[in-house]
Unconditional design. Structure first.
Length: 328
């Protein structure tokens, strides 16, 4: 990397607290050469989070600090409990301006040397580990092209160069669309201002082309391609293949991790959280206690999928729930 970026994750009381601990432990275990800062953004229980205790448990806070993380509070004034995914948009503002950053969803496991990833911070990008979740064009239109073009036109962006012309017209992959599980850029201040202002604008006034579209929980993923395109970024190059590959795993839940990820990912998880200081805290979280420390992830969940893996995540979730192993 040209310079070590600041890493940003968001955490608060509840599952995100323990997922943050897993992230920090895995970063230190599997990317010991990484020299950047790990910033854990914690929403204060005010403004858009009024009435919700968002504060990290003391034991988690202490364990994160011991792992080298810096916990920084931030004010969520626009989304909060009405749209928790908006935390990632508002939290970007706590990072130092003009310093490169990488955002990760907290339910991510670092499995390899992150310091070897060749980020080009002048050309932002985001995760392509996505499916065609948005938009869902109505039967009589508008179609994919008209919906996406309306957003580019709204914010004064050139549309044609965002297209993947190897994909057919009106196929969802033709249009720039990311999973917001990771993304990066050169200046979090510029990125955050654009992301926040445009997200608020679309939330408050979707416009005619989006009248039939659902923006919850997709709003952040709708605006992320526009922000990245406006900053001269786009689809990630091959140099980033380790993300969502050998370097990181966006597992979403420990149940899903044990159901579908490789043995190498399981080994990376279990070795990262084996240290007594991490184990003492993480055992307070029921999903971790059962799947990792009581070994039920390997003994109970893994066998459910050894011979037949559903092609879609929904099918995996349904089987886990039916067997009583959907743990959150």
């Amino acid at each position: 990397m040209a310079s070590a970026p600041n890493i940003l994750i968001v955490s608060q009381k509840g599952p995100l607290a323990y997922q943050a601990l897993i992230f920090a432990a895995s970063l230190r275990a599997h990317a010991p050469g990484f020299q950047g800062a790990l910033v854990v953004a914690e929403p204060v229980p005010e403004f858009a989070w009024t009435g919700v205790d968002t504060r990290l448990p003391d034991k988690v806070r202490g364990a994160l600090t011991e792992l080298g993380a810096t916990i920084v509070p931030f004010e969520a004034r626009h989304f909060g409990q009405s749209y928790p995914n908006g935390n990632k948009i508002e939290a970007l503002r706590i990072l130092p301006a003009d310093q490169p950053f990488v955002f990760f969803d907290t339910d991510t496991l670092i499995t390899g040397p992150l310091d070897t990833v060749k980020f080009d911070f002048k050309r932002p990008a985001a995760s392509m580990n996505r499916s065609g979740t948005w938009p869902q064009p109505p039967l009589y239109g508008p179609g994919y092209g008209d919906i996406w073009r309306s957003l580019y036109d709204r914010f004064g962006l050139e549309f044609e160069s965002s297209l993947d012309l190897t994909q057919p017209d009106e196929h969802w992959e033709r249009y720039l669309y990311f999973n917001a599980g990771w993304f990066f850029g050169a200046d979090p201040a510029v990125f955050a201002d654009r992301f926040l202002n445009w997200a608020i604008a679309v939330r408050d006034d979707p416009g005619e082309a989006l009248a039939c579209q659902t923006l919850d929980p997709w709003l952040d993923q709708v605006l992320l391609p526009l922000v990245i395109h406006s900053l001269k970024g786009g689809r990630p190059p091959r140099s980033l293949n380790g993300l969502d590959g050998d370097i990181s795993c966006h597992y979403r839940s420990l149940s899903l991790l044990y159901a579908r990820e490789s043995d190498a990912v399981l080994d990376a998880l279990e070795s990262a959280v084996a240290a007594p200081a991490v184990r003492r805290v993480l055992r307070d979280w029921e999903p971790a206690r059962q799947t990792i420390y009581q070994n039920r992830g390997r003994k109970k969940i893994r066998p459910l999928f050894e011979t037949d893996m559903p092609p879609r995540e929904q099918g995996i979730r349904q089987r886990l729930k039916a067997a009583g192993w959907w743990l959150v």
